[in-house]
Design a protein around this ligand. Structure first.
Ligand code: BGC
Length: 284
């Protein structure tokens, strides 16, 4: 290899302090007033980022998250917006840009379930899930990408021109009867994330996914809130415990930081081994 083809030093990740790895960065987390989104927003703030806490219902919960983030010594604001509405998303980004100046990190987290047997599933149940989980990620990613492209890399802030983390699920891979709308939306997120990652990597924008398994949040209370349900759930989790929101938040902080600067278009499973076909440990 000639020296001309060797990348200049200084274009790879610098040594970073373990804490405050996101100092000076501006982050937006959708669906940040509860569950995984709340934990992610707190962790980004603790890592030094200023954070926009997006939510659609529950002003008090969103304001409480903002107050807690501010205790980390960073800025935080709550912005109410329905991620499935183009008008709301555009307004939310306009607010963020006028308050914080720019965006460095988007965590596309907002998501919901509307479970039903397939033959009973209404078009409203189908559309609600697709609109929030998949179209919402498209609308927010598009707005973030436009700002990343406008601004480009600011080396003092990050090696990348921007980072997007798409919250997916083990159900981007594991089929889920009774939840066809949800699994379809998560399968869609996988290819949205990968296609976008491929398209914008040349502009130094990194897009990755996180696929949580069973995490202790309000979305799946019935899967863990009784002894029997928890025991049933554990037959699906080789690691033998439910995930906590912080397990996911730590993965997001890493993917948002320059510590993962060469990680592009990857899904990081945070699932205690749920995707390892645990039934085959004793069968097959
Ligand atoms: C779902 C949860 C479920 C988990 C594992 C998640 O994506 O939102 O309800 O417990 O996957 O099946």
């Amino acid at each position: 290899m000639t020296s001309a083809s060797v990348p200049a030093s200084g274009t790879t990740s610098p040594d970073l302090p373990a804490h405050r790895v996101l100092s000076g960065q501006k982050a937006l987390v959708t669906g940040a007033n509860s569950g995984i989104g709340m934990s992610v927003a707190l962790a980004l703030g603790a890592a030094g980022a200023d954070v926009v806490v997006n939510y659609v219902v529950g002003d008090d919960a969103a304001n409480a998250v903002v107050d807690e983030i501010r205790r980390s010594g960073v800025r935080a604001i709550a912005v109410k917006a329905d991620v499935s509405s183009e008008t709301d998303v555009e307004r939310m980004f306009a607010t963020m840009l006028s308050e914080f100046g720019t965006i460095d990190i988007l965590v596309n987290n907002a998501g919901l379930q509307r479970d039903a047997a397939f033959h009973d599933m209404t078009l409203t149940e189908w559309n609600t899930v697709m609109n929030v989980n998949l179209t919402g990620q498209f609308l927010c990613a598009r707005a973030a990408i436009r700002e990343f492209l406008r601004r480009g890399v600011v080396p003092q802030v990050s090696c990348a021109a921007g980072k997007i983390i798409c919250m997916s699920s083990v159900h981007q891979q594991i089929p889920w009867g009774g939840h066809a709308n949800y699994a379809s939306s998560k399968g869609g997120i996988k290819l949205l994330m990968e296609s976008l990652a491929q398209e914008v990597a040349p502009q130094r924008i990194r897009v990755n996914g996180v696929a949580p398994g069973a995490i202790r949040t309000p979305i799946n209370t019935s899967a863990w809130d009784t002894k029997e349900a928890y025991a049933r759930l554990m037959t699906l989790v080789p690691y033998g415990r439910i995930g906590e929101p912080q397990d996911v938040a730590r993965a997001v902080v890493w993917l948002a930081s320059d510590h993962s600067d060469y990680v592009v278009g990857t899904t990081l499973y945070v699932d205690g081994g749920m995707t390892l076909y645990p039934g085959f440990a004793t069968g097959g």
